[in-house]
Design a protein around this ligand. Structure first.
Ligand SMILES: C[S@@+](CC[C@H](N)C(=O)[O-])C[C@H]1O[C@@H](n2cnc3c(N)ncnc32)[C@H](O)[C@@H]1O
Length: 207
């Protein structure tokens, strides 16, 4: 079992690793910055709810296949009536079609091979209502730009399927016929204790 999988199975360690290595507070600001209105949001791969506090004014649904993380999140945020944590595989279609205004798919793509990434995108497109938006963020490699320390951190901590921006620019148009690409760009997080990989961001509209 990788260090990453072990961390994921212990919510407190996952939380700590996110605060130190994953710069949680900057991530929350970045994720929130792409939403101009509130609504009903599905946070796919919500882990222990580490980004929920950016969305306290949303009708928030976090889904994760890891029961320990979901139980931890549900307990931690039980005082929030707008927080719903669901333990399920998104591929088992745990939500009604056309149910959400928004889906957030953040920092999980590099844990999924294409054979899982494409079906997950299709599943998320199904639960979005027409006109709904999917916000996709994932950490990327930047050959020639990533420092040695960053490469080392990536090698011990991150998923096995980290892509580069050229790869994402090619595949985002093929994720689903129901997902029209609205915009995409590469984003950098600076001023953190640990160097952070850059993020590929894409916004999709359900058609
Ligand atoms: C890297 S973590 C989440 C990162 C978090 N979204 C963030 O932005 O910091 C990835 C999560 O995706 C979950 N996951 C992976 N495949 C899934 C699936 N098919 N259905 C539900 N959750 C899944 C894992 O259990 C894990 O908790």
């Amino acid at each position: 079992m990788s260090i990453y999988s072990r961390l994921l199975n212990v919510p407190i360690l996952w939380n700590l690793s996110q605060a130190v290595f994953g710069c949680d507070s900057q991530k929350k600001k970045l994720y929130r910055s792409v939403f101009s209105r509130t609504g009903r949001l599905l946070d796919f791969g919500c882990a222990d709810g580490n980004t929920f506090l950016a969305f306290t004014d949303f009708d928030y649904y976090g889904v994760d296949i890891n029961k320990q993380l979901i139980d931890y999140a549900a307990k931690k945020y039980h005082a929030f009536n707008n927080a719903h944590f669901v333990n399920a595989d998104i591929l088992s279609h745990p939500f009604e079609d056309d149910f959400f205004d928004y889906a957030l798919f953040s920092c999980t793509g590099h844990h999924l091979p294409d054979t899982a990434l494409f079906p997950v995108m299709e599943a998320l497109s199904a639960v979005l209502q027409p006109g709904g938006r999917l916000h996709f963020f994932d950490t990327i490699r930047r050959p020639g730009k990533d420092s040695g320390l960053l490469k080392f951190l990536i090698s011990i901590d991150q998923g096995k399927f980290m892509r580069d921006e050229e790869t994402y620019m090619k595949i985002i148009h093929r994720f689903s016929r129901r997902l029209k690409v609205v915009t995409y760009k590469t984003l950098s997080i600076t001023g953190t204790l640990m160097p952070q990989p850059d993020y590929f961001y894409a916004e999709f509209e359900k058609v």
